[in-house]
Design a protein around this ligand. Structure first.
Ligand code: HEC
Ligand code: HEC
Length: 223
């Protein structure tokens, strides 16, 4: 039981009541200007997964990761100067994590007539940035779907898009290269997969080929 305590404290820290502040989308948007340099204006991520997608992640998951980066419990050299105590107080973590959680990305561009009189090229450009399309990853989709549904869906959601209530991140809609980098970190215990059961490394039981199949299926979720 004692293992759960730090996370209970964490949950209460980012709840609006404990901080005495309400989530303010305006402040969230302002802070996001810093994040956008790497993660994109709409939290869509970039550079083929060097910067992960953040849009639509559970707010509490984003907040937890920011606290882990800040407290040097999850290594992230790229972010450390933006996330030290001084630059990112607890209330800013609240604003930015809710802001990013609320961003929705499309999986396809709506059809428009580019020759129409009212065609707005700039609006179209913005729309295309709000898009998340994961290129098809190599592997056997059918085997991957079965394995995923049996082994991962209970936490990461039947569709792969995560679980807000259980505070589990999405795997569908995330860059495949990013997922592989995290697999390495989870396998090497640089990150902890399940805080309720830190010794149980859920990925140790799977070969790279099996994970590739699961990631192949996940990469088709947005098709
Ligand atoms: C200089 C580039 C840079 C900036 C600016 C930056 N990040 Fe990141 N961020 C990264 C990188 C790189 C990673 C991936 C680290 C890894 O591979 O484990 C990351 C990872 C994350 C993750 C973990 C996502 C996951 O699914 O595991 C979160 C959450 C995050 N960033 C939030 C933010 C927020 C919020 C801001 C703005 C306050 C921000 N980042 C600013 C580079 C950046
Ligand atoms: C018991 C619940 C549970 C199960 C089962 C589970 N996961 Fe996770 N997974 C999590 C949680 C919670 C996190 C976030 C960990 C953290 O806080 O850093 C996570 C994170 C991840 C990440 C990193 C994602 C990111 O954005 O940082 C990957 C990759 C991952 N899981 C893959 C898998 C795969 C593949 C399976 C099935 C073989 C699986 N997980 C099964 C709960 C689970």
């Amino acid at each position: 039981m004692h293992l759960k305590l730090p996370f209970l404290i964490l949950f209460s820290l980012i709840s609006t009541h404990a901080l005495g502040v309400e989530y303010d989308p305006g402040i969230g948007e302002e802070i996001n200007e810093v994040c956008a340099g790497c993660h994109g204006e709409f939290g869509q991520g970039g550079k083929e997964g060097e910067y992960p997608r953040l849009a639509g992640m559970p707010a509490l998951f984003i907040a937890q990761q920011l606290e882990l980066f800040r407290d040097r419990k999850r290594p992230n050299l790229a972010m450390i100067e933006y996330i030290d105590e001084r630059q990112m107080p607890a209330e800013d973590i609240l604003h930015i994590s809710h802001y990013l959680a609320g961003l929705k990305l499309n999986t396809r561009l709506p059809a428009v007539d580019e020759t129409a009189d009212d065609f707005d090229a700039y609006a179209r450009l913005l729309e295309s940035k709000k898009l998340m399309q994961i290129p098809r990853a190599e592997g056997d989709i059918e085997t991957g779907e079965k394995l995923y549904k049996k082994e991962c869906a209970s936490c990461h959601g039947s569709d792969g898009y995560g679980d807000e209530k259980k505070v589990v991140p999405m795997l569908a809609g995330q860059y495949t290269d990013y997922l592989w980098r995290q697999v390495e970190k989870l396998r090497n215990r640089i990150r902890i997969h399940d805080v309720d059961d830190p010794k149980d490394e859920l990925l140790d039981a799977f070969t790279d080929a099996e994970l590739a199949d699961m990631f192949a299926w996940l990469s088709t979720a947005d098709d």
